[in-house]
Design a protein around this ligand. Structure first.
Ligand SMILES: [Fe+2]
Ligand SMILES: [Fe+2]
Length: 459
């Protein structure tokens, strides 16, 4: 058990990084944490600290002259204190200057942020957390976590724990201030949950560092699908980021689909299979996959044989409703008219998600799927536009709709028809939608589809 008067001193200039390290240290150890912004301030804390500073974490700042003074001070007067120096790049430090001190460990920042829990484990390996069931957390640390996965307690003088914050609750800065004014500076959470929080933080650290206003989003298995997806697709103001594992999972699906489409099976067979399935369907994945096969088959008929075109359409098919992954019921809404008729049953957040999903998914593709072929994001941005200008989010007319988007829009509409009709056939669909797509490129696409439908009958 760590003695009560032992502290870890964080000397970190960059605000977001300082918060990140502080929360990570707080969740990992029972030490008190002192944070300062510069080594000059750190030096002041060392003076008169005696043996109470167990460890110093310092982020190297170029031209920081007080740093070596701090090193000298530790070497002469604080034999039990260890120093972790985090540098941008290992080559940026004159190793010889630092390696002569056995109490110093130098680590590149990228490695530290990626592996911080292992780093702490190694550096403080002999330090055990107390064997109590609860871990003491600084009240401020809770402010950087959006929804704890466990209840948080206060410890009474009798030693009893009393619940203060209920699982999933988010403390506002005002509430935190209020608790602090009541002399409540720490809360306790169950230790088994701490590791969960650390694991989730690890995944979100890069995003947190790029967006100082972002909180670590912590979701447990028992949370709803949409809550858990909030963790896979992270939002901060106008920015989006996707969880690395989820991104790789999607890329895997795309690669497999590109492969499968190159060995193209008969589209009719796929449609038959879909039609014979029960109504208990998983709409979004089926919708994505059907779009892949239908757009790939139609491009052949339209004479767009290039591999690049197919790849664009596969990427768009899999990723076009990406930001609706946590709310798949919204991805089932085919157009603005249907949305308007159902609007009353949605929360403002759901409405916002739906209206913005073409733009937000496109933005996410640009930032996180750089391997996607050029223009994939245009198709995604335009996938709910309509040639008569009654689509969304921009309401542009046919003249401004990209030809590949036009194909995607018709295919998207057809897929919805297939998935919502027990009996479906292309001819019937074309008849139903003949007034929807009368303009230019759209009319050409429909003409080709009529030919496909005729051929299907003659075969
Ligand atoms: Fe969509
Ligand atoms: Fe869709």
């Amino acid at each position: 058990m760590a003695p009560n008067n032992q502290n870890i001193l964080l000397v970190v200039k960059d605000q977001a990084f300082r918060y990140m390290v502080k929360v990570a240290v707080d969740l990992s150890y029972d030490y008190g944490i002192i944070t300062v912004k510069s080594s000059a301030e750190g030096l002041k804390k060392l003076i008169g600290a005696g043996n109470t500073i167990k460890f110093i974490i310092y982020e190297m700042v170029p031209g920081d002259f007080s740093f070596m003074d701090m090193v000298q001070k530790i070497s002469k007067e604080h034999q039990n204190t260890r120093l972790l120096v985090i540098v941008e790049k290992l080559e940026s430090v004159k190793k010889s200057d630092l390696t002569q001190y056995s109490f110093i460990t130098v680590l590149p920042k990228a490695l530290f942020t990626k592996e911080f829990s292992q780093v702490f484990q190694k550096l403080l390996q002999n330090e055990e957390m107390n064997d109590d069931e609860f871990k003491k957390i600084d009240m401020d640390s809770l402010a950087y976590i959006d929804g704890v996965t466990s209840d948080a307690y206060v410890k009474m003088s009798s030693g009893k724990y009393v619940k203060l914050v209920t699982k999933g609750e988010v403390l506002t800065p005002n509430e935190i201030q209020r608790y602090k004014a009541q002399d409540i500076h720490h809360v306790y959470i169950k230790k088994e949950k701490v590791q969960e929080v650390l694991e989730q933080m690890k995944k979100q650290v890069q995003f947190f560092l790029a967006h100082p206003g972002f909180k670590f989003i912590v979701r447990g298995k028992e949370d709803s699908l949409s809550k858990r997806f909030e963790q896979k697709i992270l939002r901060c103001a106008d920015d989006f980021c996707i969880d690395e594992a989820f991104q790789q999972q999607l890329t895997g699906v795309i690669t497999k689909t590109v492969d499968a489409i190159n060995r193209i099976p008969k589209l009719e067979k796929i449609l038959q299979k879909i039609g014979s399935q029960s109504r208990e369907r998983n709409y979004l994945p089926e919708h994505m996959l059907l779009l892949c096969y239908i757009t790939a088959a139609w491009t052949e008929h339209l004479g767009w044989h290039s591999k690049g075109t197919k790849e664009k359409l596969i990427y768009a098919s899999i990723l076009h409703d990406l930001t609706l992954a946590g709310t798949p019921h919204l991805a089932e809404i085919p157009d603005m008219k249907t949305f308007e008729s159902m609007k009353g049953s949605f929360t403002p957040k759901e409405r916002d998600l739906f209206i913005n999903h073409p733009l937000e998914s496109a933005q996410l593709i640009l930032s996180s799927f750089q391997q996607a072929p050029p223009d994939t994001e245009v198709i995604v941005r335009q996938h709910h536009e309509r040639p008569d200008g009654k689509g969304f989010p921009k309401g542009i007319h046919w003249g401004k709709i990209n030809p590949l988007s036009a194909l995607f829009i018709v295919a998207h509409d057809y897929v919805h028809y297939v998935m919502t009709h027990e009996e479906h056939d292309l001819e019937a669909y074309l008849e139903e939608s003949s007034t929807k797509f009368t303009q230019s490129t759209f009319a050409n696409i429909l003409n080709v589809l009529r030919k496909i439908s005729q051929q299907g009958k003659e075969d």
